[in-house]
Design a protein around this ligand. Sequence first.
Ligand code: GAP
Length: 443
Amino acid sequence: MPEAASLMDKVVSLCKRRGYVYPASEIYGGLNSCWDYGPLGVELKRRVKEAWWRSMVHDRDDVVGLDSAILQSPLVWKASGHIEGFTDPMVDCRACKHRFRADHVEGSRCPDCGGELTEPRKFNLMFKTFLGAVEDDASVVYLRPETAQGIFVNFLNVLASSRKRPPFGIAQIGKSFRNEITPGNFVFRTREFEQMEMEYFTPPEQATRWFEYWRKERFDWYARLGVRPERLRMRDHRKDELAHYARACTDVEYEFPFGWSELEGIADRGSFDLERHSEASGENLKVFVEETKTHYTPFVIEPAAGVDRAALTFLVDAYDEDVAQGETRVVLRFHPRLAPITVAILPLVKKEGMPEKAREIERELRRRFTTFYDESAAIGRRYRRQDEVGTPYCVTVDGETMKEDTVTLRERDSMAQERIPVRDLVGSVEGRIEGWRRAGARG
Ligand code: GAP
């Protein structure tokens, strides 16, 4: 395996080369810390989101979905505390004018030129824009810095229309925007990113139990999708680092090449948000209990993850190099459910009816899996290309296929090849996906 520092460079370069992630606006020199996802990157992100939605919404009966607007009334951000408190302390260098997060520099001298720094000032991280044709103070709106508030302000709507009662959750996936002072580390911290958040509303006395439940569930989700458990850990926030709304918070952290960093936060937000919105809007956001004829404000447990950070984790964790037949092989050992291409179909040669047969097999497989057809270059080269983008299975059509209706099924991880009848192909691939375990992984 490559050294940590070069691992990150190798992943970034593979992403560009093979169409996972490109620098945004590249033909104009790029835009600082903005990235575009290419043909394979967009597929990876879709699979990450699909896996999250399946486990958080479809596989359970106590969570429903929502897709709220990015632009909300500014009153939402006033009530939530974001206009007042969603700030980072910032310092400027009086000499070179560079700007830093106050908590990222030591002492009062500029890390770039040694100049004197200003006193820390609060810098609000929300992007501002204008609604409508007039650009004045009255038309200022904000791009949402989290998807969570769209959920809180729809609490009554969902309660009334879905007939759910706590404990239940509302899940949402969507873009959020933060004018970060120090973005960086590829797609780890950017100013435009996607979040996967779920607000779980519970009677106050059950909050601790659900907090424990969601901590474990969210940690296990990454491990179930093949992330090496030894590179995952949970870290509880100290009281002095808790966000203004949180009673408790645990981060799921991953050991990135640049160190252990937050992948996802699971917070106990208590009744903070519903109470603030209730006060500010005048709406009663309490739940009525039929048996006791009493009202209460639910507590909220929130698992909040980032799509881009999760995708980066899966990419970095999957990256591997080994030596096969005297050559270094780059391979992305993705869980088959995350791999952008599940099966590649490769005719051994471009003649003797093999391309036609391969196309026919591909049509059949395409009904169940994402496929890729490739007839160019030597077969070994085509296998390497698929290894490098993380395709778990390759099907090769050769002379025997034409005679006996069998194909070779090659596995990315072990490179083992097995001869199987074409009619068994779908079942065989499905069985392998189901039984997939990361080589060397426990459990
Ligand atoms: N609603 C709670 C909330 O937004 P957060 O810890 O600020 O909590 C949740 O964000 C997740 O969103 C983070 O764990 C991270 O995965 C992702 N995220 C936050 N800021 C990000 C950024 N600037 N770039 C990429 N992902 C980010």
